[in-house]
Ligand binder design. Structure first.
Ligand SMILES: [Zn+2]
Ligand SMILES: [Zn+2]
Length: 345
């Protein structure tokens, strides 16, 4: 018997063993709409009977903000491990991360100053959490510009209303879902709604609609809008030196409330005349949220299918988008545009 022959039976036994014993973790958790990778990881850990903090060790990580860091950068070995043990696709992982987001400069920082009026890394809407079958944290709640929930017409929170601690699900050592405060056990779904005036809600919606659209068209890369938004506290004269992303959600809501009573020229001044015109159109219309969401999602899907990630360039000129929106908003007189799927043109 040769050496090769002697090894053959061993290999076949191992292959049969693999057939009957799954290498995947017992419970697979499906990512939800706009879910953050960290939120999905906390749910994955809980579903498999491990609290988030010890789950970090399963991934070869140390304690601290391990999951929040993975939202921004996922090492290849951890990506491979997650794919092997959960079967999740690279596309899903990428969709939950913030790595390639053009809005990265507007993200809330992971480090917190510890000040009462300082930012924390993550916000939430208690009503959204209460209505979720499996409560989860959204990617958009990481943005400094997002201070309200359009669905529930209320402001967001960035602290537990009971003990005023930030969200720290990554630090949880008990086997409880992530919507319970790590420090005091308060159920975040029970937090009361944060009131916001209708004009402030509308301005917040317009700002985020504009950001989203300029992300799609690529014009956000010029940086002018981002700089303008980060300066919002100084425009209100309340916090002359503070950056928007350094302030707590309640302070940012205060900024938006004050700006809602003023002219919006601070938001429409831009070297790019088309971008400035488009922003004015969104502000005048009070935001094109549902329309933009639907069309932007279709555009993004088409772009992801057609363009390799390394060579992504804007596929739609802002002027073309603007022209189409204007025609659509003008209504039934423009029949050729009424039923046209403008993602195909
Ligand atoms: Zn909500
Ligand atoms: Zn608490």
């Amino acid at each position: 018997m040769t050496t090769a022959d002697a090894h053959t039976p061993v290999i076949s036994i191992r292959e049969r063993y693999r057939d009957v014993v799954s290498e995947k973790w017992p419970v697979i958790v499906t990512p939800q709409l706009d879910e953050l990778l960290s939120s999905w990881l906390h749910r994955l850990a809980y579903a498999n009977g491990i609290a988030p903090r010890p789950f970090a060790r399963v991934l070869g990580l140390h304690a601290g903000m391990w999951s929040a860091s993975l939202d921004l950068k996922l090492p290849v070995d951890i990506e491979n491990l997650l794919r092997a043990y959960t079967g999740i696709s690279p596309h899903w992982l990428s969709a939950m991360m913030l790595t390639r987001s053009s809005l990265k400069p507007l993200l809330l920082p992971l480090r917190s100053s510890g000040r009462r009026d300082g930012s924390t890394w993550l916000q939430f809407c208690s009503r959204c959490l209460a209505e979720d079958a499996q409560p989860y944290f959204r990617r958009r709640w990481r943005l400094a510009t997002q201070v309200s929930c359009v669905t529930h017409r209320c402001g967001l929170r960035d602290r537990c209303p009971s003990c005023h601690s930030r969200i720290a699900a990554f630090d949880q050592t008990e086997l409880v879902p992530q919507h319970y405060c790590v420090h005091c056990g308060f159920d975040l779904r029970r937090a009361s709604k944060v009131p916001m005036s209708p004009p402030a809600m509308q301005l917040d919606r317009c700002i985020n609609d504009i950001c989203r659209l300029e992300t799609m068209t690529g014009s956000l890369r010029s940086g002018m809008l981002v700089q303008c938004l980060l300066r919002m506290p100084s425009i209100t004269d309340s916090f002359p030196t503070a950056s928007l992303s350094s302030l707590s959600t309640s302070m940012r809501i205060r900024c938006v409330e004050r700006l809602a009573d003023r002219p919006t020229d601070w938001l429409t001044a831009d070297d790019d005349a088309v971008a400035a015109h488009w922003r004015r159109s969104v502000l005048d219309a009070g935001g094109y949220g549902p329309l933009i969401s639907q069309r932007a999602d279709a555009l993004e899907l088409k772009r992801q299918r057609k363009v390799p990630i390394k060579h992504r360039t804007p596929t739609v000129a802002l002027s073309a988008l603007l022209g189409t929106y204007v025609r659509m908003m003008e209504g039934p007189r423009h029949r050729p545009f009424r039923n046209r799927d403008w993602t195909s043109g």
